[in-house]
Design a protein around this ligand. Structure first.
Ligand SMILES: [Zn+2]
Length: 341
């Protein structure tokens, strides 16, 4: 499942590609035909993420013009949650805005980012008169602007909501380390501290609870707890507030960095020198850890990027003890029993 930084990257890419444009909105698969009708021909005026929720704001084109964005309550919002299998696929005419937003003729962003290479991957050049490629697979929503197309497949949630309904969703979510707090909003760090400390659940569970903190997934959970040297099974109410403030500040840095680069890197340079075998597709069928930056020359390879995630049985980068794994509420939890005692 994509973690929050990926959803923020999607919000940014969609905003850069389409803001200010009246979009052709359709549901090639048909399952979202009624919702698409409500948005078709409207102008994209906002593209936001809160945790793993993506919100695209569409306004009536007759109400949007230079210097006016219409009334906020008239905006219709497309709410999307990718869940386990959802992804957006982008393609464009290669113009500057497209290259800036997605960096490739065709890119898929979901569980991880992929950029198909080689002949056939490129879309027609702009001077051929660009037209969007045919939808591939079961496309729930297709957004077409003048220079680009975005196709959504396999989301867990995809619906049109009012501004009020959007606020209700946001009110239920915990603070998001990637979001800047709006003026007058509560201090997100203190919200997070209070959310953890009012519960007797394990802090390792609370970090995955989107009502406590929005956008943290399995990787950021495992890695931030390791960096804080915090036992994942410690009850939330027993974790000192100062430790939680440091953990929050760390999540802000790590997740904003992930939003910038598209990859999660949590290891400090001095902890990467211990040679460790790559986590391979072994006989146990374990998934190899890959990141979209793996082929970039200066990127930290995935095998060096994490302290504990997918490193069970390998020596801890700090103390050398084998990294531990257990299932907690249906998700794999990785930690070091020595560093995080
Ligand atoms: Zn250790």
């Amino acid at each position: 499942m994509p973690e929050g930084h990926t959803v923020h990257r999607l919000a940014r890419a969609l905003g850069e590609l389409f803001t200010g444009e009246a979009l052709a909105v359709s549901s090639p698969q048909g399952r979202f035909a009624a919702g698409a009708d409500l948005l078709d021909g409207r102008v994209l005026v906002a593209s936001e993420a809160w945790g793993k929720q993506l919100f695209l704001g569409f306004a009536d084109p007759t109400l949007v013009g230079p210097g006016t964005a219409g009334r906020p309550e008239d905006v219709r919002w497309l709410r999307v949650h990718l869940g386990l299998y959802g992804a957006w696929t982008f393609a464009g005419d290669g113009s500057t805005a497209v290259v800036h937003a997605i960096g490739a003729p065709r890119r898929r962003i979901g569980e991880r980012e992929t950029v198909p290479a080689g002949p056939g991957a490129a879309e027609p050049a702009p001077d051929d008169g660009w037209s969007p490629p045919r939808p591939r697979g079961a496309v729930r929503v297709r957004l077409v602007g003048s220079h680009a197309v975005a196709d959504l497949t396999g989301p867990t949630a995809c619906e049109v909501v009012t501004a009020e309904e959007k606020r209700a969703v946001e009110d239920r979510l915990g603070p998001d380390p990637v979001r800047d707090a709006a003026p007058g909003e509560d201090d997100p760090r203190e919200d997070f501290v209070a959310g953890v400390r009012r519960s007797r659940s394990a802090v390792g569970l609370l970090l995955m609870n989107q009502d406590v903190v929005a956008g943290v997934g399995n990787i950021y959970r495992a890695e931030s707890l390791f960096r804080a040297r915090l036992d994942p099974m410690r009850p939330g109410r027993d974790v000192p507030a100062e430790v939680l403030r440091t953990l929050w500040d760390d999540l802000v840095v790590l997740m904003r960095d992930g939003t910038q680069t598209g990859a999660i890197v949590t290891t400090r340079p001095e902890d990467r020198d211990r040679p460790a075998p790559d986590v391979a597709d072994g006989p146990d069928g374990r998934r190899r850890v890959r990141q979209n930056t793996d082929d970039a020359p200066d990127a930290v390879p995935a095998a060096e990027a994490f302290y504990v995630y997918h490193r069970d049985g390998l020596p801890c980068r700090v103390c050398g003890a084998p990294v531990l794994l257990k299932e907690l509420a249906g998700r794999n939890l990785y930690w070091c029993g020595v560093c995080q005692a």
